[in-house]
Design a protein around this ligand. Structure first.
Ligand code: MF3
Ligand code: CO
Ligand code: CO
Length: 336
């Protein structure tokens, strides 16, 4: 990998020329080693289309107009039977939207087109696409390509063969949010990317298995670390899973690495997400100047899966579970 040229796009992903942006500064990961630069094929910010409208008949969350969630912050994610029914509906709706988006992933499609699909499918199902205007997020879907860890903003970048993309869907319906994501391949993936995606999925599933009434939340991070570290991959620390319900993000925080402060006990009736982000290289993240897009500091690839789960005495229910295997397994079964 050669040195970054003055007229090359800046490593920070701003889309500006290096000479107009971080001239003289190496990418943060490279420290003193001036020879290590962002890969030439790093994702750069594209053009973001105007915010889309949501028809008046769709019930909106508190932040839809102001951008800021309001109302009392819920400190418990334990649900009543009636709330559980509404959570099931929100989870199923999020899954339907995610499946529709994933079916459209192919080389040549823009992430903006995927956003249109998510936006329209949510509305068709009577739901508000939760990301839209959440703390000002400008789109209805998060699309995180290659080294983008999470919160990628859909834009006019076309997906290309060899890319890997996480699509993260959240919907608000019946007063509740449902949140899920999957990472899929665009065309034929390379072996290291296959390994990353397989391990990340296993991290999520083993993390979910570790959720048992009476055990602490720390069991989740411990289970994930066992899988991730045996493969030499790292676990992102800057973003966590979360309680979910009438609020998009609420207590408790679900960290994906071992942390003895995660002493809270799991109780039946809780609904929260597990959404590990696993990286090939460093666990560290850098945020683009758009204040949302998180990329790995070394620009190596990252993957993520997410489910919203309900804790029950009889076992955990995947509120955002689909039929059978995740999409990437189906892709591999097709000989990709
Ligand atoms: N869906 C993401 C999560 O899993 C949150 C996206 S926040 C947004 O928590 F504003 F970027 F949409
Ligand atoms: Co989430
Ligand atoms: Co999500």
């Amino acid at each position: 990998m050669g040195r970054i040229g003055r007229n090359d796009p800046c490593w920070c992903g701003s889309g500006k020329k290096y000479k107009k942006c971080h001239i003289g500064e190496p990418p943060p990961s490279s420290g003193a080693r001036k020879t290590e630069q962002a890969p030439v094929d790093a994702v750069v910010k594209g053009r973001v289309s105007p915010m889309r409208d949501v028809p008046q008949h769709i019930v909106r969350p508190s932040y839809a107009v102001s951008g800021t969630p309001s109302g009392p912050r819920a400190h418990s994610c334990i649900k009543t039977p009636e709330e559980i029914e509404r959570m099931r509906h929100a989870g199923r709706t999020a899954r339907l939207v995610l499946d529709t988006v994933l079916a459209a992933v192919r080389p040549g499609i823009t992430t903006d087109s995927l956003d249109v699909i998510a936006h329209e499918k949510a509305i068709e199902l009577g739901a508000y696409p939760s990301p839209l205007n959440y703390h000002g997020f400008p789109k209805s879907l998060c699309t995180s390509v290659n080294e983008v860890v999470c919160h990628g903003i859909p834009d006019d970048r076309m997906l290309k063969t060899g890319d890997v993309i996480n699509c993260d869907v959240t919907v608000f319906i019946g007063g509740m949010h449902g949140d899920c994501s999957e990472t899929v391949f665009v065309g034929k993936p390379d072996p290291q990317t296959i390994k990353l995606v397989e391990i990340t999925y296993e991290c999520m599933m083993r993390g979910i298995d570790a959720v048992k009434p009476g055990k602490t939340l720390n069991e989740i991070g411990k289970a994930i670390a066992k899988i991730a570290h045996k493969s030499g991959f790292s676990i992102v620390r800057d973003f966590a899973g979360h309680g979910i319900g009438s609020q998009f993000h609420q207590d408790p925080q679900i960290v994906h690495y071992p942390d003895i402060r995660q002493r809270q006990k799991v109780e039946t009736g809780m609904t929260f997400t597990i959404e590990p982000m696993i990286n090939i290289g460093t666990h560290r993240c850098t945020i683009w100047p758009d204040d949302w897009t998180a990329v790995t500091t070394d620009r190596k690839r990252s993957a993520q899966f997410e489910h919203t789960i309900l804790v029950q005495a009889s076992g955990n229910e995947l509120l955002t579970g689909g039929e059978g295997d995740p999409w990437f397994k189906r892709q591999l079964a097709q000989g990709w």
